[in-house]
Design a protein. Structure first.
Length: 161
């Protein structure tokens, strides 16, 4: 069953490539006492994710942070090397935290796992965004299809922050 408003975000550990190598980022550290936008997508370098979803959050990062958001995190079932390179390509540094859900454990735990065999993408993520306050989901928006990007967009997040 997919995660919903009022649910606590499940414990999970993401991978992130840093100057010191690969770091583990756990949900408790990321979310405790903070207001965070988490957004998930099917894959780095995929068309809608690269043309709309990630760029929208990069463009709106300062506006979201001005509304009290402490961090904006992009989560994808990709490796941390790909996530870092993709983030750099889109100017995410300092704006959007790029997190690798390398084995898809977090995506499965929140009930938003998806297979897209026609695109060669299996064990990936639905396209979504959520506002999490102190580890509890305050809003969540999941697209009807992964080709859509309206309800999970940064612009829509601005309305619910």
């Amino acid at each position: 069953m997919p995660i919903k408003v009022g649910d606590p975000v499940p414990a999970a550990t993401f991978k992130q490539l840093s100057a010191n190598g690969i770091a583990n980022i756990d949900t408790a550290t990321l979310l405790k006492g903070r207001k965070v936008v988490l957004f998930g997508l099917p894959g780095a370098y995929t068309p809608v994710c690269s043309a709309n979803h990630l760029p929208g959050f990069v463009a709106k990062a300062d506006d979201l942070k001005a509304k009290g958001i402490d961090d904006i995190a992009c989560i994808s079932v990709n490796d941390p090397f790909v996530m870092q390179a993709w983030g750099k390509q889109h100017g995410a540094d300092g704006k959007v935290t790029m997190l690798s859900d390398a084995d898809g454990a977090f995506t499965r735990a929140i009930g938003l796992s998806l297979d897209l065999p026609e695109y060669g993408l299996n064990g990936r993520s639905e396209r979504y965004s959520m506002v999490v306050e102190n580890g509890v989901v305050k809003t969540i928006n999941v697209e009807k299809t992964v080709l859509d990007h309206g309800v999970s967009s940064a612009a829509n997040c601005m309305l619910h922050t």
